[in-house]
Design a protein around this ligand. Structure first.
Ligand code: MLC
Ligand code: AMP
Length: 503
């Protein structure tokens, strides 16, 4: 095949009038119409000077056109780099600079703030608004509705997804065509997706879950999606009757369970509910089944690896587990010090290998070597075990990471900002249980000698540089941080002390 990812996901639909996207305003976009838009965008990318292998960064609202930009990149051989819409200009600046992006596409409302970012990085700036207007669409008008697909090898890069690290610096995970394609093929089969499926899609499309898992699977299977701009309870309740499947983070399911309109009758016809990106509490799993008769299918993945494990479609979907390694994926539990494989039942670090595992971190060979072994096993940073029935259980993390509503937050990044604030000697950022987001952020500050930190001013400063979802929901001031004999901050003690704040 000339361009395996494009040909398999998109190219085969050219000219077909089958349903692809159902939109909240009642419009339906066919596969053929979508493909024509993709081709027009691909012509614009070429006009903007984007060559195969160049990076194109986007910070745009979810829309059919936004999805078409992803497909246009695949068709033109350009590496797609989606960014969370909540990121501040400071944050976007790092990603554009670090990736050496040739083009940055943003919402019109952000063009003024991001203009200097694009200029400083030598990137072309275009706009694409939530309603499909903007300079990108202006330029696409009148372009041909067919584009000669740029040939790509299976091992060529298709996307960069940035993921933060324990040092606070984000790393660009390089994903190949094979990484994406192999995983979509396996999952569509494992979860029995078919042309009759209508996926209720309320996830953002700048992360693995909404972009690759949900979208690529639907495309492989020939199904369609109810494509919602965001998770809105009223809209979800209204659309569930015409869906067959839904994918979400645990917050989706706890919010649904808290709504009295969400009952057995509403979802009797549904084929599948999938949860991932964060731990689904066993009690949510049980409550969901009692309430609806459906067992949520929980799976486990990462930006670097796509999906690794899944509970079975037909067999027993067990609460508190993430199921079995997917076909083609090897998973082992190892001792963090020796790297030796541990027997079933023992807790250790989770390592995975397979065609789903990324190629490495962009321009960070040392980081890549630390996490991706020479034999192809990737050290996930998650701690887990394989139980007596072969199910994988995740029991914790070997990395200092908070997952709030499915978004990853690295404490170090926030601590670096807090430490710089006037009156602050040092800080520690922890995750504590939260009824809606699963976990949320608490910042613990120690005052500089004789100073009283102004927490309101500090929150304002944090808001300047960090996305809203990373902001501490509470700042507390302590005389000192608990440390062990090695001088390491004992975050577990802080979590014990403040774990009840949001209960
Ligand atoms: C929004 N806010 C969040 C937040 N989302 N704060 C913390 N954590 C989050 N996840 C902020 C808002 O800016 C707002 O700020 C306030 O919290 C309340 O907003 P809301 O209206 O209640 O939030 P909402 O817009 O409904 O968003 C919540 C959400 C969303 C859970 C629907 O965060 C979401 O779609 N999450 C999915 C993330 C995801 O796709 N992860 C997959 C990663 S891929 P204010 O100013 O109003 O207080 C991956 C690999 C894998 O991990 O395995 O899949
Ligand atoms: P990300 O960096 O956004 O790709 O997040 C990946 C991380 O999310 C994993 O390393 C896990 O810690 C976590 N994760 C994903 N799915 C699950 C799950 N089903 N249960 C527990 N944690 C999960």
């Amino acid at each position: 095949m000339a361009n395996p990812l494009f040909d398999t996901l998109f190219g085969r639909y050219a000219g077909q009038d089958t349903a692809f996207l159902h939109l909240p305003d009642g419009r339906m976009i066919t596969h053929g119409a979508f493909l024509a838009q993709v081709a027009r965008f691909a012509h614009v990318l070429v006009e903007l000077g984007a060559q195969p292998g160049d990076r194109l960064a986007v910070q745009i609202e979810k829309s059919p056109e936004a999805l078409a930009v992803y497909a246009a990149c695949v068709q033109a051989g350009v590496i797609f780099l989606p960014l969370n819409t909540a990121y501040t200009a400071d944050e976007v600046s790092y990603f554009v600079e670090n990736s050496g992006a040739r083009v940055l596409i943003c919402d019109g409302g952000r063009a003024e703030a991001l203009g200097p970012v694009a200029r400083a990085a030598g990137a072309a700036l275009e706009t694409l608004n939530a309603d499909g207007t903007g300079t990108l669409c202006d330029k696409a008008q009148g372009k041909p509705s067919a584009f000669e697909t740029v040939p790509r090898e299976a091992g060529d890069l298709a996307a960069f997804l940035y993921t933060s690290g324990t040092t606070g610096r984000s790393k660009g995970a390089m994903l190949t065509q094979t990484n994406l394609l192999s995983n979509a093929e396996v999952l569509a089969d494992y979860w029995r997706f078919g042309a009759g499926d209508v996926l209720l899609h309320a996830l953002p499309i700048f992360h693995t879950h909404g972009l690759f898992v949900a979208t690529n699977i639907t495309l492989i299977a020939g199904g369609s999606m109810i494509f919602l701009p965001r998770f809105d309870l009223d809209q979800i309740i209204a659309d569930l009757p015409r869906a067959t499947a839904m994918m979400g983070v645990p917050t989706f399911y706890t919010r649904l369970l808290n709504d009295e309109r969400f009952d057995r009758d509403l979802v009797n016809h549904m084929r599948l509910f999938v949860s991932g990106s964060a731990p689904l509490l066993a009690e949510t799993h049980v409550q969901f089944e009692e309430h609806t008769g459906h067992r949520i299918l929980e799976r486990y993945g990462m930006t670097e690896t796509n999906m690794n494990t899944s509970n079975p479609y037909d067999g027993d979907r067990r609460a508190g587990t993430v199921g079995f390694p997917l076909p083609g994926v090897e998973l082992k539990i190892t001792d963090a010090n020796s790297g030796d494989t541990l027997p079933d039942g023992e807790v250790g670090q989770i390592e995975v290998r397979g065609p789903n595992v990324f190629k490495g971190y962009w321009q960070m060979p040392e980081k890549t070597r630390e996490e991706l072994r020479e034999d192809g096993f990737f050290i996930t940073g998650d701690l887990g075990m394989i139980d007596a029935h072969g199910y994988v259980q995740i029991v914790g993390r070997n990395k200092d990471l908070i997952i709030s509503g499915g978004y990853n937050i690295y404490p170090k990044e926030i601590e670096l900002v807090l430490d710089e604030q006037p009156g602050v000697l040092e800080s520690a950022v922890i995750g504590v249980p939260h009824p809606d987001f699963g976990e949320t952020v608490v910042g613990v500050l120690v005052a500089a000698p004789g100073a009283t930190p102004d927490t309101d001013a500090i929150m304002e400063a944090v808001g300047q540089s960090l996305a809203r979802f990373k902001h501490p929901r509470k700042l507390v001031v302590l005389p000192e941080l608990p440390r062990n004999t090695m001088g390491k901050v004992q975050k577990n003690l802080l979590r014990d002390a403040f774990g009840g704040l949001f209960k």
